[in-house]
Write a protein that binds this ligand. Structure first.
Ligand code: G1P
Length: 289
């Protein structure tokens, strides 16, 4: 079965980027000149997703506006024959149906995903977290949907993060099946290094069966007092196989300032229109550090 629906939870406060995120959703902060959430939407499109649900909350209207038609702006760009800008403005909104639902209370990632239940219905779907941007030859989500088509049950996107970073992630206890594919035995949200079963972390890409909703319904508040997607997936693994796939690609943790800055610099260096001048500037700068 092909995965055609994806859910992007974008309801969080973005406290790590205050004061920037006081009035602007963190998902709208740009890497170079594109809001971070658009990179995620583009990965979804490139992975065969045709319907996207973004879970928002109060104060996130800029995200809704971003995926809407900008009628007046487009009319002016059309009149002035600014085709490249017009294409940039229309890039995503013309290629995918985007739906929105508001999470009315901040009860955690698991609760946010539960808000997608009516949209998803009874089919497998993807969850894509906006804090993880992945650059890869084959889109990260596509790598996971291909595995899903093989194994027919949930697949989590994982990579090793090193034991010093396990306390930031959902960490898996798993056995290798073959190559990059693992079978999950258990998972723990943000463990201390000494309690972590491995350094294999769930990194913001999930293909899940709809049975996860029944689990989410029954998931009590966990780490940080929040309803955790991790805990629901552990519950799911008691009745269905859950796999993990060590995806290929470079992941940027843009939820942290360090990762956000790295992505900004590296994405700029990857751009034909910027790399020469910006690269030359960086070389002069490095000498002064
Ligand atoms: C969330 C998940 C965690 C996962 C991480 C990936 O945590 O709860 O399991 O490893 O995303 O980025 P958050 O970063 O929202 O605290």
């Amino acid at each position: 079965m092909k995965i055609t629906k994806a859910v992007i939870p974008a309801a969080g406060f973005g406290t790590r980027f205050l004061p920037a995120t006081k009035a602007i959703p963190k998902e709208m902060l740009p890497i170079v000149d594109k809001p971070t959430i658009q990179y995620i939407a583009e990965e979804a499109i490139a992975s065969g997703i045709t319907e996207l649900l973004i879970i928002v909350s109060r104060g996130k209207d800029a995200i809704v506006n971003h995926f809407d038609k900008a009628f007046e702006l487009e009319a002016v760009l059309e009149r002035d024959n600014k085709q490249a800008m017009l294409d940039a403005v229309r890039e995503v909104s013309d290629k995918i149906d985007v739906h929105f639902v508001r999470q009315r209370e901040q009860k955690g990632l698991g609760h946010a995903v539960l808000c997608a239940r009516a949209f998803v219905g009874n089919e497998p779907f993807a969850v894509m977290l906006g804090d993880d941007v992945v650059v890869s030859d084959k889109p990260c989500l596509k790598q996971l949907t291909e595995q899903f088509e093989k194994v027919g049950s949930s697949v989590l996107g994982v990579q090793r993060v090193g034991m010093d970073c396990v306390s930031k992630y959902g960490i898996l206890d798993c056995d290798r099946v073959e190559g990059r594919l693992y079978k999950m035995k258990s998972m723990v949200e943000k463990p201390k290094a000494e309690e972590a079963p491995s350094d294999i972390a769930a990194l913001g890409r999930y293909v899940l069966t709809p049975a996860v909703f029944k689990c989410l319904e029954r998931t009590p508040r966990g780490a940080g007092g929040e309803i955790q997607l991790t805990d629901a997936i552990v519950m799911l693994s008691k009745t269905e196989d859950v796999y993990a796939y060590d995806f290929e690609g470079k992941r940027y943790d843009i939820g942290s300032k360090q990762g956000f800055l790295q992505a900004t610099v590296e994405f700029a260096l990857g751009r034909d229109d910027l790399k020469d001048e910006f690269g030359a500037y960086l070389k002069t700068l490095v000498k002064t550090i």
